[in-house]
Design a protein around this ligand. Structure first.
Ligand SMILES: [Cu+2]
Length: 449
Protein backbone atom coordinates (compact mmCIF):
# COMPACT_ATOMS: atom_id res chain seq x y z
CA UNK A 1 0.00 0.00 0.00
CA UNK A 2 1.42 3.39 -0.87
CA UNK A 3 0.57 6.64 0.84
CA UNK A 4 -1.91 7.85 -1.74
CA UNK A 5 -3.76 4.59 -1.54
CA UNK A 6 -3.81 4.81 2.23
CA UNK A 7 -5.22 8.30 2.10
CA UNK A 8 -7.94 7.27 -0.31
CA UNK A 9 -9.07 4.53 2.04
CA UNK A 10 -9.59 7.25 4.57
CA UNK A 11 -10.30 7.26 8.27
CA UNK A 12 -11.41 3.88 9.48
CA UNK A 13 -11.54 3.86 13.27
CA UNK A 14 -10.05 0.45 13.87
CA UNK A 15 -6.45 1.14 14.90
CA UNK A 16 -7.31 3.68 17.57
CA UNK A 17 -6.21 1.62 20.56
CA UNK A 18 -2.94 0.73 18.86
CA UNK A 19 -2.26 4.39 18.21
CA UNK A 20 -3.13 5.36 21.78
CA UNK A 21 -0.72 2.78 23.16
CA UNK A 22 2.05 3.97 20.89
CA UNK A 23 1.64 7.61 21.83
CA UNK A 24 1.67 6.79 25.54
CA UNK A 25 4.94 4.92 25.15
CA UNK A 26 6.36 7.77 23.09
CA UNK A 27 5.70 10.26 25.88
CA UNK A 28 8.29 8.57 28.06
CA UNK A 29 10.59 7.54 25.26
CA UNK A 30 12.92 10.46 24.61
CA UNK A 31 15.26 9.90 27.54
CA UNK A 32 18.78 11.08 26.82
CA UNK A 33 21.13 8.16 26.38
CA UNK A 34 24.30 9.16 28.06
CA UNK A 35 27.39 8.51 25.96
CA UNK A 36 30.05 6.20 27.25
CA UNK A 37 32.67 8.48 28.76
CA UNK A 38 35.75 8.80 26.64
CA UNK A 39 39.02 8.10 28.37
CA UNK A 40 40.68 11.32 29.46
CA UNK A 41 43.98 11.86 31.19
CA UNK A 42 43.41 11.72 34.99
CA UNK A 43 44.41 15.34 35.56
CA UNK A 44 41.65 16.42 33.17
CA UNK A 45 38.86 14.67 35.01
CA UNK A 46 38.55 16.94 38.04
CA UNK A 47 35.37 18.94 38.39
CA UNK A 48 35.29 22.69 37.98
CA UNK A 49 35.71 24.22 41.46
CA UNK A 50 32.55 25.44 43.11
CA UNK A 51 30.00 23.71 40.95
CA UNK A 52 28.96 20.13 40.41
CA UNK A 53 30.34 18.51 37.26
CA UNK A 54 27.74 18.46 34.53
CA UNK A 55 29.77 16.41 32.13
CA UNK A 56 33.23 14.94 32.13
CA UNK A 57 35.99 17.35 31.23
CA UNK A 58 37.93 16.00 28.28
CA UNK A 59 40.17 18.83 27.16
CA UNK A 60 42.31 21.55 28.77
CA UNK A 61 40.62 24.68 30.04
CA UNK A 62 37.63 22.81 31.45
CA UNK A 63 36.28 21.85 28.04
CA UNK A 64 33.50 19.33 28.55
CA UNK A 65 32.63 16.16 26.69
CA UNK A 66 30.29 16.28 23.76
CA UNK A 67 26.88 14.69 24.34
CA UNK A 68 25.37 12.89 21.36
CA UNK A 69 21.62 12.69 22.03
CA UNK A 70 20.38 9.15 21.32
CA UNK A 71 23.98 8.21 20.61
CA UNK A 72 27.33 7.45 22.16
CA UNK A 73 31.02 8.35 22.09
CA UNK A 74 33.79 6.09 20.82
CA UNK A 75 35.84 4.81 23.77
CA UNK A 76 39.63 5.05 23.60
CA UNK A 77 42.32 2.80 24.98
CA UNK A 78 45.52 4.77 25.47
CA UNK A 79 48.57 2.73 24.35
CA UNK A 80 51.99 4.41 24.52
CA UNK A 81 50.38 7.82 24.31
CA UNK A 82 48.24 6.91 21.29
CA UNK A 83 44.45 6.88 21.56
CA UNK A 84 43.35 3.58 20.06
CA UNK A 85 39.77 3.13 18.89
CA UNK A 86 37.85 0.52 16.92
CA UNK A 87 35.02 1.09 14.49
CA UNK A 88 33.08 -1.92 13.28
CA UNK A 89 31.13 -1.31 10.09
CA UNK A 90 28.11 -3.60 10.31
CA UNK A 91 24.39 -4.08 9.73
CA UNK A 92 22.29 -2.75 12.61
CA UNK A 93 18.67 -3.11 13.53
CA UNK A 94 17.63 0.47 14.22
CA UNK A 95 14.55 1.99 15.81
CA UNK A 96 13.74 5.40 14.31
CA UNK A 97 10.97 5.98 16.85
CA UNK A 98 8.74 3.64 18.83
CA UNK A 99 6.86 1.59 16.23
CA UNK A 100 9.37 1.90 13.39
CA UNK A 101 12.34 -0.44 13.15
CA UNK A 102 14.52 -0.92 10.08
CA UNK A 103 17.53 -2.85 8.87
CA UNK A 104 20.24 -0.22 8.54
CA UNK A 105 24.01 -0.15 8.34
CA UNK A 106 26.16 1.67 10.86
CA UNK A 107 29.15 1.44 13.16
CA UNK A 108 29.48 -0.38 16.48
CA UNK A 109 25.81 -1.32 16.52
CA UNK A 110 24.34 2.09 15.85
CA UNK A 111 23.51 4.73 13.29
CA UNK A 112 25.02 7.25 13.41
CA UNK A 113 28.19 5.59 14.63
CA UNK A 114 29.72 6.70 17.93
CA UNK A 115 30.96 10.27 18.01
CA UNK A 116 34.74 10.36 17.79
CA UNK A 117 36.09 12.85 20.32
CA UNK A 118 39.71 13.91 20.55
CA UNK A 119 41.92 16.86 21.43
CA UNK A 120 44.08 18.92 19.10
CA UNK A 121 47.51 17.30 18.88
CA UNK A 122 46.21 13.81 19.74
CA UNK A 123 47.64 10.85 17.92
CA UNK A 124 44.78 8.49 17.01
CA UNK A 125 44.92 4.93 15.78
CA UNK A 126 41.52 3.83 14.57
CA UNK A 127 40.97 0.24 13.49
CA UNK A 128 38.10 -0.38 11.10
CA UNK A 129 36.66 -3.87 10.83
CA UNK A 130 34.31 -4.55 7.94
CA UNK A 131 31.35 -6.78 8.79
CA UNK A 132 29.25 -5.52 5.89
CA UNK A 133 28.42 -7.76 2.94
CA UNK A 134 30.52 -5.50 0.66
CA UNK A 135 33.78 -3.53 0.88
CA UNK A 136 33.93 -0.17 2.63
CA UNK A 137 36.34 2.56 3.73
CA UNK A 138 36.21 5.37 6.26
CA UNK A 139 36.79 8.94 5.14
CA UNK A 140 37.57 11.48 7.89
CA UNK A 141 35.55 14.36 6.51
CA UNK A 142 37.22 17.75 7.07
CA UNK A 143 40.29 16.39 8.84
CA UNK A 144 43.66 17.53 7.46
CA UNK A 145 45.77 14.38 7.22
CA UNK A 146 48.24 12.50 5.04
CA UNK A 147 46.67 11.64 1.72
CA UNK A 148 46.88 7.88 2.24
CA UNK A 149 44.69 8.13 5.36
CA UNK A 150 41.85 9.92 3.54
CA UNK A 151 39.80 6.78 2.97
CA UNK A 152 38.75 7.15 -0.68
CA UNK A 153 38.52 3.69 -2.22
CA UNK A 154 40.59 3.39 -5.38
CA UNK A 155 42.11 6.85 -5.03
CA UNK A 156 43.99 6.73 -1.74
CA UNK A 157 43.67 3.10 -0.61
CA UNK A 158 42.27 -0.29 -1.49
CA UNK A 159 38.74 -0.78 -0.17
CA UNK A 160 38.50 -2.73 3.08
CA UNK A 161 37.33 -6.19 2.03
CA UNK A 162 34.56 -8.12 3.72
CA UNK A 163 35.91 -9.41 7.03
CA UNK A 164 39.13 -7.36 6.87
CA UNK A 165 40.42 -4.89 9.46
CA UNK A 166 42.31 -1.80 8.33
CA UNK A 167 44.07 0.74 10.50
CA UNK A 168 44.11 4.53 10.13
CA UNK A 169 46.78 6.63 11.85
CA UNK A 170 45.75 10.24 12.36
CA UNK A 171 47.39 13.15 14.14
CA UNK A 172 44.82 15.80 14.93
CA UNK A 173 46.55 18.86 13.61
CA UNK A 174 43.54 21.17 13.91
CA UNK A 175 40.57 21.38 16.25
CA UNK A 176 37.10 21.37 14.76
CA UNK A 177 33.79 19.68 14.10
CA UNK A 178 34.19 17.03 11.45
CA UNK A 179 32.40 13.86 10.33
CA UNK A 180 33.19 10.37 9.11
CA UNK A 181 31.54 8.22 6.45
CA UNK A 182 32.42 5.61 3.82
CA UNK A 183 33.91 6.46 0.45
CA UNK A 184 33.02 3.20 -1.22
CA UNK A 185 29.50 2.74 -2.60
CA UNK A 186 28.64 5.98 -0.79
CA UNK A 187 25.15 6.07 -2.25
CA UNK A 188 24.20 2.81 -0.56
CA UNK A 189 26.25 2.98 2.60
CA UNK A 190 25.41 6.55 3.60
CA UNK A 191 21.74 6.07 2.69
CA UNK A 192 21.63 3.07 5.02
CA UNK A 193 23.01 5.09 7.92
CA UNK A 194 26.82 4.98 7.84
CA UNK A 195 27.62 8.40 9.27
CA UNK A 196 29.25 9.81 12.37
CA UNK A 197 30.45 13.01 14.00
CA UNK A 198 34.14 13.66 14.72
CA UNK A 199 34.91 16.38 17.25
CA UNK A 200 38.40 17.67 18.03
CA UNK A 201 38.64 20.04 20.99
CA UNK A 202 41.25 22.79 20.79
CA UNK A 203 44.24 22.50 23.10
CA UNK A 204 43.59 26.08 24.19
CA UNK A 205 39.87 26.94 24.42
CA UNK A 206 38.54 29.28 21.77
CA UNK A 207 35.92 31.78 22.80
CA UNK A 208 33.83 31.60 25.96
CA UNK A 209 33.70 28.25 27.76
CA UNK A 210 30.47 26.38 27.12
CA UNK A 211 28.32 24.58 29.70
CA UNK A 212 26.76 22.15 27.23
CA UNK A 213 28.09 20.66 24.05
CA UNK A 214 25.84 18.59 21.77
CA UNK A 215 26.34 16.80 18.44
CA UNK A 216 23.43 16.26 16.05
CA UNK A 217 23.76 14.56 12.68
CA UNK A 218 20.93 15.31 10.27
CA UNK A 219 19.91 12.65 7.79
CA UNK A 220 17.13 11.70 5.40
CA UNK A 221 15.89 8.30 4.35
CA UNK A 222 13.42 6.64 2.05
CA UNK A 223 11.65 3.88 3.94
CA UNK A 224 8.53 2.68 2.23
CA UNK A 225 5.57 2.17 4.53
CA UNK A 226 5.76 -1.31 5.98
CA UNK A 227 9.26 -1.96 4.58
CA UNK A 228 12.20 -2.76 6.82
CA UNK A 229 15.05 -1.70 4.52
CA UNK A 230 15.68 1.95 3.58
CA UNK A 231 15.84 2.44 -0.20
CA UNK A 232 19.30 3.72 -1.16
CA UNK A 233 18.30 4.44 -4.76
CA UNK A 234 15.90 7.24 -3.77
CA UNK A 235 16.97 10.61 -5.17
CA UNK A 236 14.18 13.03 -4.25
CA UNK A 237 11.29 11.73 -2.22
CA UNK A 238 12.63 11.14 1.27
CA UNK A 239 10.00 10.29 3.85
CA UNK A 240 11.95 9.89 7.06
CA UNK A 241 13.94 12.83 8.40
CA UNK A 242 16.12 12.45 11.44
CA UNK A 243 18.41 13.95 14.06
CA UNK A 244 20.99 11.31 15.04
CA UNK A 245 18.91 8.81 13.06
CA UNK A 246 15.82 9.38 15.23
CA UNK A 247 12.50 10.83 14.09
CA UNK A 248 10.37 12.74 16.62
CA UNK A 249 9.07 11.57 19.06
CA UNK A 250 12.10 9.27 19.12
CA UNK A 251 14.51 12.22 19.39
CA UNK A 252 15.94 12.86 22.86
CA UNK A 253 15.43 16.46 23.99
CA UNK A 254 18.38 18.76 24.65
CA UNK A 255 18.15 19.69 28.32
CA UNK A 256 20.00 22.91 29.22
CA UNK A 257 19.98 25.60 31.89
CA UNK A 258 18.71 29.14 31.52
CA UNK A 259 21.71 31.42 31.08
CA UNK A 260 24.07 28.60 30.19
CA UNK A 261 26.23 28.80 27.10
CA UNK A 262 25.20 25.97 24.80
CA UNK A 263 27.08 24.69 21.78
CA UNK A 264 25.32 22.54 19.20
CA UNK A 265 27.39 20.90 16.48
CA UNK A 266 25.23 20.12 13.46
CA UNK A 267 26.36 17.79 10.69
CA UNK A 268 24.62 16.79 7.47
CA UNK A 269 25.31 13.58 5.58
CA UNK A 270 21.88 13.38 3.97
CA UNK A 271 22.03 12.05 0.42
CA UNK A 272 20.44 15.09 -1.25
CA UNK A 273 19.05 17.84 0.98
CA UNK A 274 20.44 20.73 2.95
CA UNK A 275 18.60 21.38 6.18
CA UNK A 276 17.73 24.85 7.52
CA UNK A 277 17.77 24.13 11.23
CA UNK A 278 15.67 26.57 13.21
CA UNK A 279 15.59 27.20 16.95
CA UNK A 280 12.77 28.87 18.82
CA UNK A 281 13.26 31.17 21.79
CA UNK A 282 16.90 32.07 21.15
CA UNK A 283 19.18 33.64 18.62
CA UNK A 284 22.56 32.05 18.06
CA UNK A 285 25.87 32.69 16.36
CA UNK A 286 27.47 30.36 13.86
CA UNK A 287 30.91 29.96 15.41
CA UNK A 288 32.53 27.32 13.22
CA UNK A 289 32.18 25.08 10.20
CA UNK A 290 34.09 21.93 9.27
CA UNK A 291 36.58 24.28 7.63
CA UNK A 292 37.49 26.08 10.84
CA UNK A 293 36.42 28.78 13.26
CA UNK A 294 34.47 31.87 12.23
CA UNK A 295 36.21 34.98 13.62
CA UNK A 296 34.02 36.67 16.24
CA UNK A 297 33.79 39.79 14.04
CA UNK A 298 32.30 37.72 11.21
CA UNK A 299 29.74 35.70 13.19
CA UNK A 300 26.20 36.45 12.03
CA UNK A 301 23.37 36.30 14.53
CA UNK A 302 20.79 33.83 13.22
CA UNK A 303 17.75 31.84 14.23
CA UNK A 304 18.06 29.42 11.31
CA UNK A 305 21.27 27.92 9.99
CA UNK A 306 21.48 26.12 6.68
CA UNK A 307 23.51 22.95 7.17
CA UNK A 308 24.67 21.86 3.72
CA UNK A 309 25.05 18.27 2.60
CA UNK A 310 28.61 17.35 3.45
CA UNK A 311 29.13 20.17 5.93
CA UNK A 312 29.01 20.99 9.62
CA UNK A 313 27.81 24.15 11.33
CA UNK A 314 28.51 24.92 14.97
CA UNK A 315 26.14 27.25 16.76
CA UNK A 316 26.36 28.80 20.22
CA UNK A 317 23.53 30.29 22.21
CA UNK A 318 22.61 31.49 25.70
CA UNK A 319 18.89 30.93 26.33
CA UNK A 320 17.33 33.64 28.45
CA UNK A 321 13.80 32.22 28.58
CA UNK A 322 13.00 28.91 30.25
CA UNK A 323 10.58 26.67 28.38
CA UNK A 324 10.16 23.91 25.84
CA UNK A 325 11.54 25.37 22.64
CA UNK A 326 11.07 23.68 19.28
CA UNK A 327 14.18 22.86 17.29
CA UNK A 328 13.54 21.61 13.80
CA UNK A 329 14.33 21.64 10.12
CA UNK A 330 12.30 24.47 8.60
CA UNK A 331 11.52 22.55 5.41
CA UNK A 332 7.91 21.71 6.17
CA UNK A 333 8.17 18.28 4.57
CA UNK A 334 11.12 17.51 6.80
CA UNK A 335 8.95 17.58 9.91
CA UNK A 336 6.62 14.96 8.48
CA UNK A 337 6.99 11.24 8.39
CA UNK A 338 6.17 8.55 5.85
CA UNK A 339 2.43 9.06 5.35
CA UNK A 340 2.56 12.80 4.94
CA UNK A 341 3.87 13.43 1.45
CA UNK A 342 2.48 13.33 -2.08
CA UNK A 343 -1.17 13.65 -1.12
CA UNK A 344 -3.92 15.00 -3.39
CA UNK A 345 -4.91 18.58 -2.46
CA UNK A 346 -8.32 18.25 -0.75
CA UNK A 347 -8.72 21.55 1.10
CA UNK A 348 -12.11 23.03 0.30
CA UNK A 349 -13.29 19.96 -1.64
CA UNK A 350 -17.01 19.15 -1.34
CA UNK A 351 -17.11 15.46 -0.51
CA UNK A 352 -20.49 14.93 1.18
CA UNK A 353 -21.93 12.90 -1.67
CA UNK A 354 -18.76 10.87 -1.95
CA UNK A 355 -18.75 10.21 1.79
CA UNK A 356 -22.40 9.09 1.73
CA UNK A 357 -21.75 6.66 -1.11
CA UNK A 358 -18.53 5.35 0.42
CA UNK A 359 -20.19 4.82 3.81
CA UNK A 360 -22.40 2.14 2.22
CA UNK A 361 -19.34 -0.05 1.73
CA UNK A 362 -17.10 1.35 4.50
CA UNK A 363 -19.40 2.35 7.40
CA UNK A 364 -16.99 4.79 9.09
CA UNK A 365 -15.56 6.26 5.91
CA UNK A 366 -14.63 9.94 5.94
CA UNK A 367 -12.65 11.80 3.32
CA UNK A 368 -9.78 13.51 5.04
CA UNK A 369 -7.98 16.77 4.49
CA UNK A 370 -10.88 18.92 3.29
CA UNK A 371 -10.37 21.42 6.13
CA UNK A 372 -6.60 21.29 6.24
CA UNK A 373 -4.44 18.54 7.58
CA UNK A 374 -3.78 19.53 11.17
CA UNK A 375 -3.61 16.93 13.92
CA UNK A 376 -3.50 14.02 11.53
CA UNK A 377 -0.85 12.49 13.77
CA UNK A 378 -3.51 11.73 16.37
CA UNK A 379 -6.47 10.93 14.13
CA UNK A 380 -8.02 7.68 15.05
CA UNK A 381 -6.95 5.82 11.99
CA UNK A 382 -5.00 2.64 11.62
CA UNK A 383 -1.41 2.77 10.56
CA UNK A 384 0.26 -0.12 8.79
CA UNK A 385 2.62 -2.31 10.82
CA UNK A 386 6.12 -0.88 11.27
CA UNK A 387 5.31 2.70 10.27
CA UNK A 388 4.81 6.07 11.93
CA UNK A 389 1.83 8.39 11.74
CA UNK A 390 2.49 11.23 9.34
CA UNK A 391 3.30 13.68 12.07
CA UNK A 392 4.42 14.27 15.54
CA UNK A 393 3.68 13.01 18.98
CA UNK A 394 1.94 13.97 22.19
CA UNK A 395 2.67 17.29 23.88
CA UNK A 396 1.49 18.97 27.08
CA UNK A 397 -1.28 20.84 25.22
CA UNK A 398 -2.32 18.11 22.78
CA UNK A 399 -0.64 16.59 19.77
CA UNK A 400 2.52 18.21 18.47
CA UNK A 401 1.91 18.59 14.74
CA UNK A 402 5.54 18.11 13.74
CA UNK A 403 7.54 14.91 13.50
CA UNK A 404 10.65 13.87 11.64
CA UNK A 405 13.57 16.25 12.07
CA UNK A 406 12.19 17.78 15.24
CA UNK A 407 13.40 17.86 18.81
CA UNK A 408 12.92 20.05 21.86
CA UNK A 409 15.42 22.37 23.53
CA UNK A 410 14.30 22.15 27.15
CA UNK A 411 15.54 25.23 28.99
CA UNK A 412 15.21 24.92 32.76
CA UNK A 413 16.14 26.99 35.80
CA UNK A 414 17.44 23.83 37.49
CA UNK A 415 18.54 21.61 34.61
CA UNK A 416 20.47 19.11 36.71
CA UNK A 417 17.40 18.06 38.69
CA UNK A 418 14.90 18.38 35.82
CA UNK A 419 13.25 15.34 34.26
CA UNK A 420 14.31 15.20 30.58
CA UNK A 421 10.97 13.63 29.69
CA UNK A 422 8.97 16.26 31.58
CA UNK A 423 7.33 19.33 30.08
CA UNK A 424 7.84 22.94 31.10
CA UNK A 425 5.44 24.19 33.67
CA UNK A 426 4.41 27.68 32.63
CA UNK A 427 3.99 30.50 35.13
CA UNK A 428 0.36 31.62 35.53
CA UNK A 429 -0.96 33.85 32.75
CA UNK A 430 1.94 33.22 30.37
CA UNK A 431 0.20 30.83 27.97
CA UNK A 432 -1.79 32.05 24.98
CA UNK A 433 -5.48 31.29 25.46
CA UNK A 434 -9.02 32.11 24.53
CA UNK A 435 -9.72 35.83 24.33
CA UNK A 436 -11.99 37.38 26.95
CA UNK A 437 -15.06 38.95 25.20
CA UNK A 438 -15.06 41.95 27.55
CA UNK A 439 -11.40 42.61 26.85
CA UNK A 440 -12.03 42.24 23.11
CA UNK A 441 -14.89 44.73 23.26
CA UNK A 442 -12.79 47.20 25.21
CA UNK A 443 -10.03 46.84 22.62
CA UNK A 444 -12.49 47.31 19.74
CA UNK A 445 -11.91 43.83 18.29
CA UNK A 446 -14.79 41.91 16.74
CA UNK A 447 -14.38 38.36 15.45
CA UNK A 448 -17.21 38.65 12.94
CA UNK A 449 -19.51 35.73 12.21
CU1 LIG B 1 15.47 19.41 6.32
Amino acid sequence: MDRREFFRIGGVAAGASLLARATHAQLRAPEADQPAPSVAAPEQQSAVAGRPPRASIVAPGGQIAVVTPNGSTLPWRVVDGVKVGHLIAEPVEHEFAPGLVAQCWGYNGSTPGPTIEAVEGDRLRIYVTNRLPEPTTVHWHGVILPNGMDGVAGLTQRAIGVGETYVYELTMRYPGTFMYHPHFDEMTQIALGMTGMFVVHPRRPRGPRVDRDFALMTHEWRLNVGARRPDPSEMKDFNLLTFNSKAFPGTAPLLVGKGERVRIRLGNLSPMDHHPIHLHGVAFNVTATDGGYVPASAQLPETTVLVPVGGTRVIELVPEEAGDWAMHCHMTHHVMTQMGHGLPPMIGAETRTLDQRMSRVLPQYMTMGTQGMGNMGEMKMPIPPNSLPMRGGPGPFGPIDMGGMFTVLKVRDEPDSADPAGWYSHPTDTVAGLADPARMAADGVTAGS
